[in-house]
Design a protein around this ligand. Structure first.
Ligand code: A2H
Length: 253
């Protein structure tokens, strides 16, 4: 990581259906607000390829009022940052409506803005850090080796991870093309570096670095409004478009 602040894009994923446990926990607490999981990403140009979303099962999340109409599911740490960045209606003030365990969020059905798949499910990921971003990671298995390895783990061991196999059923789809790794860099690199699971963190770090550099410097968009453009050009444009449409906001830390 660099020395400057990390400029994330906070992607608003509206909850369409909660698990029974979360539903019960939230009863009477959100006061008619629309509730969104907010995922922090550094790759907004890949949002066309979201197939699911990840949370950590050992992480506590809050449901925070952003204003009278919306509430965001993120970690308390990130809600505090948001408050000081003017993302909530009262600057500096955090209004927590409810608390949820990561396990209660798993299985929720949410909207995935810009994705080829309009609705996706929330799944568990072991390596979600409570100290980074919002604690919510949207999953693009075509271009993120971590996301791909985790999705494959979940498919292989659905029972162990306590998920319904249908939640992990959406397949990766091509979003951008690169000279070195073709139309899906993550599966190619996972195979090339002999990565077996999300537990192979060392090789995953290397794969992530390779995918990121090749995608950014040599990638071309295959889908969306900026199809045919270089990733370097499209990245900021996709971000601006999402922000303009109210489905994302800038988030830094
Ligand atoms: B990225 P950096 Cl396609 N714990 O978004 C673990 N990982 C987290 C996280 C957390 N709390 N919060 C965000 N992230 C992920 C897309 C993507 C990402 C692609 C390819 C690479 C990639 C879809 N997942 O990240 O440590 C998020 O996943 C590799 C750089 O702040 C976020 O961007 O550099 C990225 O890690 C932020 O990681």
């Amino acid at each position: 990581e660099g020395v400057g602040p990390q400029e994330y894009t906070g992607v608003k994923m509206e909850v369409v259906e909660w698990s029974a446990a979360a539903q019960k926990q939230l009863e009477g607490k959100v006061d008619g607000r629309k509730v969104f999981l907010v995922a922090a990403t550094l790759r907004p140009e890949t949002m066309y390829g979201q197939t699911n979303c990840f949370v950590g099962t050992a992480i506590k999340y809050g449901v925070f009022a952003a204003n009278d109409k919306e509430a965001y599911v993120v970690t308390l740490r990130s809600a505090r940052n948001m408050a000081f960045q003017g993302i909530f209606d009262v600057r500096g003030q955090v209004n927590q409506l409810a608390e949820l365990d990561g396990t209660q969020i798993v299985g929720a059905k949410i909207k995935a803005p810009f994705s080829v798949y309009p609705e996706v499910y929330v799944l568990p990921m072991e390596n979600v850090l409570p100290t980074k971003g919002t604690g919510v990671v949207t999953s693009v298995p075509s271009d993120s080796p971590d996301d791909y390895a985790t999705l494959m783990d979940l498919r292989k061991k659905a029972e162990f991870y306590k998920i319904d196999p249908k939640w992990a059923a959406l397949d990766p789809i091509p979003v951008l093309s690169t000279p070195s790794y073709g139309e899906m860099s993550a599966p190619v690199l996972v195979k090339k570096l002999k990565i077996n699971s999300q537990k192979d963190v060392k090789q995953l770090a290397e794969a992530k670095e390779l995918a990121y550099k090749e995608g950014f410097y040599n990638g071309t968009m295959l889908v969306g409004e900026f199809k045919g453009e270089a990733v370097q050009e499209a990245k900021g444009k996709v971000r601006a478009s999402m922000i303009e449409q109210g489905i994302a906001f800038p988030y830094a830390e």
